[in-house]
Design a protein around this ligand. Structure first.
Ligand code: NAP
Length: 214
């Protein structure tokens, strides 16, 4: 295990909770920085520390980083319904703090429809990404652009529709536009969380973005 001490952002979310669970099961020491720490009470574990605070509060994030971590993983997500880039705006401060204090390894959950995954998917995926997720994807594209310019050891996972369950099925991972077939264009939150940890420990994933789906 190259990155034993993890800081998880977005841990109170659907995928974030599964990410904390999976990381603990795999033997990582996990800290979660959460606006509502009580939402993680059901995950109580000697290897889990919950810090009450927001990643969008720069001082709080910096103070948290000073505790010392080997990697940060983010499943932060904002459902943006109008023009604006709140996630990318938050990411500017996150990256500045990481550049200054470390760690350098940063794994981020983005979304299918960003970068070279734009336009991929079946008809319903294309409809959702074009109309319903329009502003979410603009925000996430801006976030990914910041990561690429950051100089950090980032990796990005772009899942399709997340099903909030514990299904475990074979996951297809690809880069670029030439995706495997057939695909279901969905993945469970559990399997998406596992893929984040696979990227973390895979040196070939550094400074790379990956699409995933069943
Ligand atoms: N849902 C899907 O079908 C889908 C598909 C593709 C990609 N994604 C992406 O995959 C990731 C995980 O998705 P999810 O559905 O599991 O997420 P989620 O359940 O909506 O959780 C989002 C997390 O982000 C935190 N958050 C939101 N706004 C914040 C803010 N302003 N400041 C601090 N924290 C904030 C939330 O904290 P609180 O609990 O405090 O609100 C929560 O922990 C996200 O990046 C999402 O965009 C989702």
């Amino acid at each position: 295990m190259q990155y034993p001490r993890l800081l998880i952002l977005g841990g109170t979310g659907r995928t974030g909770k599964k990410l904390i669970q999976q990381a603990l099961e795999r033997g990582y020491n996990v800290t979660a920085l959460a606006r509502d720490g009580a939402a993680l009470a059901d995950l109580a574990n000697p290897e889990l520390t919950v810090i009450q605070g927001s990643p969008s509060d720069r001082q709080c994030f910096e103070k948290t980083l000073d505790k010392g971590f080997d990697a940060v993983l983010s499943t932060l997500g904002i459902f943006q319904k109008e023009p604006g880039t709140p996630l990318a705006d938050m990411t500017i401060d996150l990256l500045a703090a990481l550049q200054e204090r470390g760690p350098k390894r940063f794994i981020v959950m983005s979304s299918l429809g960003v970068g070279d995954s734009a336009g991929q998917g079946n008809l319903s995926v294309k409809f959702v990404t074009r109309f319903i997720l329009k502003y979410v994807l603009i925000d996430k594209s801006a976030q990914e652009a910041l990561l690429r310019e950051s100089g950090l050891q980032w990796s990005v996972l772009r899942p399709p529709r997340l099903m909030n369950n514990d299904q475990q099925r074979p996951v297809q991972i690809w880069q670029g536009t030439n995706h495997p077939r057939p695909l279901r264009w969905q993945i469970s939150t559990l399997d998406a969380a596992s893929q984040m940890l696979e990227l973390l420990e895979n040196p070939a994933s550094i400074k790379q973005a990956f699409q995933c789906s069943y």
